[in-house]
Design a protein around this ligand. Structure first.
Ligand code: FES
Length: 166
């Protein structure tokens, strides 16, 4: 159960300092909660918001911990669990689908040997199916760590893209 001041795993001081910097940059404004969580998530190698950080942020900006976890579970760009170093988000919305995002998904599955929600053996890649992230003019598109890669209309293009991460 989520309690208001859970601190089972205290945060390292340098991590806390960085979170404080992010909170200051957003004026400790609770309406900026999603952007704050995105920035904090970017501090971690595995692109997630660790539990102690979630409690710390809740306390600092004066929101309930459940509000933090509502955001972490609602927004596909956010995660409460460690992800791969390169989470690959495949758009599953209409424009990408009519531009054959299913083939992009098949190429990625074949090249990486994983399915949606799985992580490669080396912890580098995971596949996530997400709604439109506003790159419809580049469909079919994927997003990796916030950066969009579009027009992936061939096996070769997907392979070349993956090569840039190895
Ligand atoms: S429909 Fe895929 S990015 Fe918008």
């Amino acid at each position: 159960m989520l309690t208001a001041h859970k601190q089972d795993h205290p945060l390292a001081k340098d991590f806390t300092d960085k979170i404080d910097g992010i909170l200051t940059a957003h004026d400790n404004d609770p309406t900026q909660i999603v952007n704050i969580l995105l920035d904090v998530q970017d501090l971690t190698e595995l692109h997630y918001v660790p539990e102690p950080a979630a409690y710390y942020i809740a306390q600092k900006i004066g929101v309930k911990i459940t509000t933090i976890y509502d955001c972490l579970t609602f927004y596909s760009s956010l995660s409460e669990h460690p992800r791969a170093k390169y989470p690959i988000q495949i758009c599953n919305s209409i424009v990408c689908r009519v531009n054959d995002s299913d083939s992009v998904f098949s190429h990625l599955k074949e090249l990486l040997g994983i399915d949606i929600g799985e992580v490669t053996y080396d912890g580098r890649f995971t596949l996530e199916s997400v709604p439109c992230f506003g790159a419809c003019d580049q469909a079919p598109a994927i997003r990796i760590n916030g950066k969009v890669y579009g027009h992936l209309d061939s096996h070769q293009k997907v392979l070349q893209l993956l090569d840039t991460f190895i």
